[in-house]
Every structure is written in C-alpha cells, then in structure tokens.
Design a protein around this ligand. Structure first.
Ligand code: KIV
Ligand code: ZN
Length: 520
C-alpha cells in the first residue's frame, strides 16, 4: 500500500504550555524539545516569542540547538510579533514563522472589531513580512472551523499568493465534528488547485472541548491535510489539543485501514509522555489511551484469562511498542554513575556532567534512606536538578520544625537562606502544620502567593516511598506551580511552596511581559 507521509507538528511547548499552571522554565523547555527531536516530530512549535523575554530565549535556544525538526515561533498578524518570531528562529537550520489572525464572524465583530478587508490586508502584509525572515511560513485563520467556507477560501488564496507555504485551519474552540471538519478541507482544496500545484501543506489543529480532537484531526487527513498539530498527552488550552500519541498509534495500529505514515518512533512515546507530565506537573489520567497507567491493565478475570492464553484477544497494541518497560529496573545504593546515566538516557533525559553529578548526589542520599530507587524517584530528582540554577536557589530551606496533633495549636518555625547566605527565621501558627509553614515562608520572603491547590502523592511503591507535593498558587493574576519531593511529606510541602515562590521571583525578573496577547 502506498502511504502518504503526514507531518507531525508538535505544539506542546506553545499551545500545551498554555494549560493553566503548566509554565515551563528554560531548561525544561530545552529538555522537552530534545526529546521531541528524538521522538521524530517534524515541526516543533517552541513558543510565542513576543509574549515574554523567557519565551523568546527558549525559542532561540531551541532553534540554535536542534538540527532535525523545523523550529517554529508563533506570531499574531502584527509587525512586532513577526519581527520577534523572525529574530527567535533566525539561527534555526529549518526555521518557520506561524502567523495567525482570526477570521470567524464572531471573532471579527466581538474581538478584533475589524472588517473582513482589513483582516485580509494585515494577514497578507504579515505573511509577506514573515517571508523576509524565513522561506517557511505557516498561516492560521483562527477559529477557522467557524469561518464561512468561501471566506476561508478567499483568505487561503490571498496568503498563499503572499508566500505562505502551510495553511493550518484550526478548530480553535473544539466545536467541529469529523464530517464537518473533513468537508472544510475537501472544499478548500477543491476550490483552490493552487494548493496541490504549489505543494502547499494543509494542516489540522484541533481542540478537545467535545472530546473529538483526534477524530477531527484524522478526518482532516482523510480529506487532504498533510500536517497534524498536536501535543504530548493532549495538553493545551481548556480541554487540550489533539493528543500526539493517540493520533500516531491510531494511524499505526489501523494501518490496514489508513494509508498514512508518520516519522514518529513509537518506542519513545512513553518516555516522552512521562517527561512532559513530570515537567509540566500535569498528571496523565489513569485511563488515558496509550500512556495512562491503566491503558494496558486487565482487571476482569475473563480478560486476564484471554490475555494469558493469547495477548491479542484483548490487546490491540503491544505495550512494548510504545516503550512501556516490561519490567521495572530498580537501582540501589551500589549502582554507580554509569548505571544512573543509562537509566536517565532511557527515560529520555540528555544530561551533561554537571547535571549528572547533581542527580547522582541526590541519588546517593536517597539510596541511603530507601532500599530501592525507582524510575519515578529518578524523574523527581532530574526535575529538581533542572530547576536548580534557574529558580530553586533564590530561597533555600535550611531548617523546619513544627508541632501538631489533636487539641494542639499547629505551630511551625522555618529558617530560609537567600542567595547571599543570609538566614532568616520566622514562626507562625495555622490551621495545620502546612498552613503554619506557608505563613512563615510568606513572612520571610515577602511574596504574596495565595494557595489555590495542594496535592500529594507517593512517587513510587512501598512505605518508604518519597512523597511529592504539587501546589498551585496565585500571584497577582498569574497561576504558578511548585513542587517538592522528600521522604518527609511536611518537608515536601515546604519545598513545594518555596519552589512556587522562587518561580514567581524568577518570572518577575526574567519574564517581564512585553505585550499582552490581545489580538491586533
Ligand atoms: O487554537 C488555535 O486557533 C491556535 C492558533 C494560534 C493556531 O492555537
Ligand atoms: Zn490552539
């Protein structure tokens, strides 16, 4: 069967990062980008460079380092956005600018307050502007799936003539259905022979508000799209984007039905999913297709019996195909640096010697406290190491004491050190020990951070498992995540809150917001 190659455009670092609370720091973005290259994605949308200095720097660094995939920066149809995106990708081996402008009636009237002619004019101008920086320009008519078909055709033709090489028709609000979305692609392609004559790529970009994002993306491909925009674990605005792993495995597992192929190495899917979940703090739901904990678990006796007799009775994919390890390798206190490096590599992390040393130190300390060190422990350590030097060191936890119990007033005393080594101690009472600790930390640092959510989980198995605390705090109008890991859960709680506060201070300094993201 002749198979049509489909480009996988990964927007985990842009649309995915727009998930509330999922902000990634520079090191984390770079690590995920490297893993996406190993996974085999064709395009990485690395960020929205105009939005902040931090985003600009991350897109630039990714563009400089990666040589395989196309590295793309997003821009509104505004000169300063295009300029900034152009600057960010200028060192890329393969650079792309992705320009977007809303086209639906509701967006034009209620959001942009612009007429149709003006929308065409600014889109054409900014596609031409983008072509001055790169040969590869993508254009998206935002809210495309709710745009009148003939208007979609008109703007598509205009931006292709202006130099766009990929046209992405987004289902921005996750409203469309497979038949309807497929029809949009069929219609535009039929009306505009220029698309096939000039080898223009049509692309899908689907949000999952109705749970149809993957089905819609595949319907687009069946009607002529040759690029799919998606994210690892389906993270993204609101209900998220189409999930990369589901699309890839649907096309692969049903290759008897679908005549398409992608360049994704399926054996890297699981490690990529774990890494994105770990670094964004967005846990994968247990029953998530392909990468959820239960995706290959069989509970019912009848199913278990069937799988034991013949795996394919109830399993349509082999878990090893997507890189789920068949048995968990455990490290212990006699494991050396080389074994740790191997394990990190298998988990998808490319570590330099400094990072390896940092992780190794934590590994030795942990291995002294608990017998078995699992992959989950190693992932927790690498995340802490990736944070070090970015924000983790602004305030450090020096000492923590607390009292709590039935009929006792919870009291905590906290000592922190700052970057100059100066120590400060504060005591506070609260509803419970964690509340008391958070009040003391807030007094010392002077950073107001309202606790929005707090969750705790055991990182691995057994009574000696480390506890991981995730918090989300509100600082001004920004939600910021923090995370702490320790064998002592009260210490994890303190570390999580402190890491959120350190992140706020870093964001304030590095991510001086250059513009808000309102439309032109
Ligand atoms: O959902 C959307 O419309 C987008 C565009 C910027 C492509 O993310
Ligand atoms: Zn989107």
């Amino acid at each position: 069967m002749n198979r049509t190659p489909i480009r996988i455009f990964d927007t985990t670092l842009r649309d995915g990062e727009q998930s509330p609370g999922a902000t990634l720091n520079f090191n984390e973005k770079l690590e995920i980008a490297r893993q996406l290259e190993t996974l085999g994605v064709d395009v990485i949308e690395a960020g929205f460079p105009i939005t902040s200095k931090g985003d600009f720097e991350a897109v630039s660094a990714i563009a400089k380092e990666l040589t395989g995939p196309i590295v793309c920066g997003l821009a509104r149809a505004v000169p300063k956005d295009v300029e900034r995106a152009g600057e960010a990708v200028k060192h890329a081996k393969h650079g792309r600018i992705h320009v977007f402008c809303a086209t639906s009636k509701i967006h034009l009237e209620k959001k942009l307050r612009k007429g149709w002619d003006e929308v065409i004019k600014i889109s054409v101008e900014q596609v031409k502007h983008a072509r001055q920086y790169v040969d590869d320009v993508e254009f998206s008519p935002e809210d495309g799936s709710r745009t009148e078909l003939d208007l979609l055709v008109e703007i598509t033709q205009a931006v292709i003539e202006a130099g766009a090489t990929t046209i992405n028709i987004p289902d921005t609000v996750g409203y469309t259905t497979p038949a309807e979305y497929g029809n949009i692609f069929r219609y535009v392609r039929k009306k505009l022979p220029i698309i096939d004559e000039n080898n223009i790529y049509l692309s899908s970009h689907c949000h999952d508000d109705l749970g149809l994002a993957v089905a819609n993306s595949i319907a687009a491909v069946e009607n002529g799209a040759r690029q799919i925009e998606c994210t690892v674990n389906g993270i993204g605005e609101r209900a998220g984007n189409a999930s990369l792993e589901e699309i890839v495995m649907a096309l692969r597992t049903r290759s008897d039905f679908y005549a398409y192929e992608t360049g994704i190495d399926p054996s890297k899917i699981y490690s990529t999913s774990r890494m994105v979940s770990q670094l964004t703090g967005l846990y994968v739901q247990r029953n998530k297709a392909i990468v959820g904990e239960n995706a290959f678990a069989h509970e019912s006796g009848i199913h278990q019996d069937g799988v034991i007799k013949h795996r394919e009775t109830y399993e349509i994919m082999n878990p090893q195909e997507v890189g789920i390890p068949s048995n968990k390798l455990v490290l212990g206190k006699h494991s050396g640096r080389a074994a740790l490096r191997d394990r990190l590599t298998e988990l998808g992390y490319t570590v330099d010697d400094n990072t390896l040393n940092t992780v190794y130190e934590s590994f030795k300390q942990l291995a002294d406290k608990k017998k078995n060190v699992y992959d989950e422990d190693i992932e927790a350590m690498i995340e802490t190491a990736l944070e070090t030097g970015i924000e983790a060191d602004l305030w450090q936890l020096k000492q923590l004491q607390f009292t709590a119990g039935t009929n006792a007033i919870p009291t905590a005393s906290v000592t922190l050190t700052d970057t100059t080594g100066t120590e400060r101690t504060e005591a506070a009472t609260g509803d419970g020990p964690v509340d008391a600790i958070y009040t003391a930390i807030q007094t010392i640092t002077g950073v107001p951070a309202k606790l929005l959510s707090y969750s705790i989980r055991a990182v691995s198995e057994g009574r000696d498992a480390q506890g991981e605390v995730q918090v989300e705090v509100l600082h001004r109008d920004r939600r910021v995540r923090g995370r702490g890991v320790s064998t002592d859960i009260i210490e994890s709680s303190a570390k999580a809150y402190l890491s959120a506060i350190n992140r706020i201070r870093t964001l304030d300094r590095r991510e001086e917001v250059l513009v808000d993201q309102k439309q032109p």
